[in-house]
Design a protein around this ligand. Structure first.
Ligand code: PGA
Length: 248
């Protein structure tokens, strides 16, 4: 059985004050049986880790660089993220791919690097509207999965989380239908089984992301192949986020 997982991606939102109030509200209410993750902007990770000591919420990053150190102005390493208490890192988010031009090769290097430093990678994949409309959804998912994970051993792949986030559903209010999401998750799981074996693919959590909110979260989360959600906008309201957590 795969444990359900709810992850909040704050993107470029939040302040120190906001994060304090958010955690003061949420921390005592989250049941320890659940895996709840939050990815705030980099400078908030360390204070949020400190504030959540003794509680079951884990903090992580929305991105990182593929090298340990060097002349990469504005970048942050896996080594440092790990040192400040991050437990996971979101990699290959569509905003990174499309707004910041991240290539599959770069994303793969980051996946390797995250694993080397004991950060759990949450690897995002998903088709654009154009790919969807031209019938290329499955080919896109296969390609992105292959390119992100190629060269990893099955043992390494077991440490990865996949997030299926159709690009057209992110931040648009138009989520995928539950049936479509479940079909694509099942498709990804079969594809991963072909490459890394059924045992690995059966254990790998695959999250759905893209306009998840209280009204639709429960329907997604009860699907056989949907192991949780990666939530952007709706994770910024601690009360709403808690309701989603409680709806599992
Ligand atoms: P959204 O974002 O929930 O605001 O659609 C999801 C994401 O980008 O991870």
């Amino acid at each position: 059985m795969r444990q359900k997982l709810i992850a909040g991606n704050w993107k470029m939102h939040g302040t120190l004050e906001f994060s304090k109030k958010y955690l003061d509200f949420l921390l005592p209410k989250v049941p320890p049986s659940l895996r709840v993750l939050i990815a705030p902007p980099y400078p908030l990770i360390a204070p949020m880790v400190a504030r959540s000591q003794g509680f079951s919420i884990e903090m992580g990053a929305q991105n990182m660089h593929a090298e340990n150190e060097g002349a990469f102005t504005g970048e942050v390493s896996a080594l440092l993220l790990r040192e400040i208490g991050a437990k996971f890192v979101i990699l290959g988010h569509s905003e990174r791919r499309h707004l910041f031009g991240e290539t599959s090769a770069f994303i793969r290097k980051k996946v390797f690097q995250a694993l080397v430093h004991g950060l759990q990678p949450i690897v995002c994949i998903g088709e654009t509207l154009e790919e969807k409309e031209s019938g290329k959804t499955k080919a896109t998912l296969e390609r992105q999965l292959f390119e992100a994970l190629e060269g990893l051993t099955p043992e390494e792949v077991e440490k990865v989380v996949i997030a299926y986030e159709p690009v057209w559903a992110i931040g648009t209010g138009k989520s995928a239908s539950v049936d479509l999401a479940e079909e694509m998750h099942g498709f990804c799981r079969l594809f991963l089984a072909e490459i890394f074996g059924k045992k690995v693919s059966d254990r790998l959590p695959i999250l759905y992301g893209g306009s998840v909110k209280l009204e639709n979260a429960h329907a997604f989360l009860k699907q056989e192949n949907i192991d949780g959600a990666l939530i952007g906008g709706a994770s910024l309201d601690p009360e709403g986020f808690l309701h989603i957590i409680q709806s599992i």
